[in-house]
Write a protein that binds this ligand. Structure first.
Ligand code: GUN
Length: 284
């Protein structure tokens, strides 16, 4: 029996409706949630991403500002903008789109964002709260993956989860979120000699590598939950993930498609983080 599809578009719509309701409630109290998005440079893919983020805010009743700067902007000028946004009571979340031009240190930029407004969850503080099991803002993509896994209704407690990829933005926080949900977690990466030996034991596999055909049908246990974070193009130029979807869906129990799986969830969780931050600001 082929796998059941985990529909990221449908789940996103559900969660965005909840976000919109919470945003409206805050707006009614004079505290509309606000997200500032900063783009430095002309990277065309980044320009599309930031436009989509701003549009998602508008569609769901959040205030948003998009600040676009030339690639020659100095690090000092960018830090100054962040400090101003840190002090702006209409802004509850600040997102600086990555990658930045090479003369700007991304760590310095991320650490300049006020902890309470770090809606990307990329700062050392936010990462630390995740490691320590404390409440905090979670990176949107792995947070969205957790929601997709939850939507299957399969409890994670005691399950073996394998994460392929160890980036600071997806792989590492993903592993920690799964651990917090009481899964037994293995992290595989480019230095792992036989990834299949691990994934064949897994009840849940999350693939975040950025290389198509990384997870093939012979690498998974029948019935497993497969979450595909990859966004690649195949030889024909068609969008595809890191998973050999056609073959893996014949073996898996659940699988996310690309497009329509993890992708829509990332912006949704960014909106949820912004509303969380705005609600928290109310209680300060
Ligand atoms: N570039 C690609 N994805 C992201 C993201 O989630 N946040 C930021 N800030 N930059 C990105």
């Amino acid at each position: 029996m082929p796998a059941q599809l985990i529909d990221g578009v449908a789940l996103s719509a559900q969660l965005r409706a909840q976000v919109a309701q919470r945003a409206a409630a805050l707006t009614a109290k004079g505290q509309q949630p606000g997200l500032a998005v900063i783009l430095v440079g002309e990277d065309p893919a980044s320009a599309v991403y930031v436009r989509n983020k701003v549009k998602a805010c508008q569609d769901n009743g959040l205030h948003s500002v998009l600040e676009r700067y030339d690639a020659t902007m100095t690090q000092a000028a960018l830090l100054q903008r962040i400090h101003a946004l840190n002090a702006d009571p209409a802004i509850h979340g600040i997102l600086v789109q990555m990658p930045l031009p090479p003369h700007i240190d991304p760590h310095a930029v991320i650490e300049a964002i006020a902890t309470a407004k770090d809606v990307d969850g990329f700062s050392v503080h936010s990462a630390g709260t995740l490691v320590a099991g404390l409440p905090g803002l979670r990176p949107a993509t792995p947070y969205g993956c957790m929601k997709l896994i939850e939507s299957t209704g399969v409890p994670l407690k005691g399950k073996h989860a394998v994460v392929i990829g160890r980036s600071n933005t997806v792989g590492k926080p993903m592993a920690l979120l799964l651990l917090q949900a009481n899964a037994t977690v293995t992290v595989c990466h480019s230095g792992t000699p036989d990834i299949g030996a691990h994934t064949r034991q897994a009840d849940v596999v999350v693939v975040a590598v950025g290389r198509r055909q990384t997870l093939t049908a012979d690498m998974i246990k029948p019935g497993a939950i497969v979450i595909d974070v990859g966004i690649n193009r195949n030889e024909a130029g068609k969008l595809c993930g890191d998973v050999d979807f056609a073959a893996v869906q014949e073996v898996a129990g659940w699988i996310t498609p690309v497009p329509g799986g993890v992708g829509p969830m990332t912006i949704t969780m960014l909106l949820a983080n912004t509303v969380d931050a705005a609600e928290a600001a109310q209680h300060d």
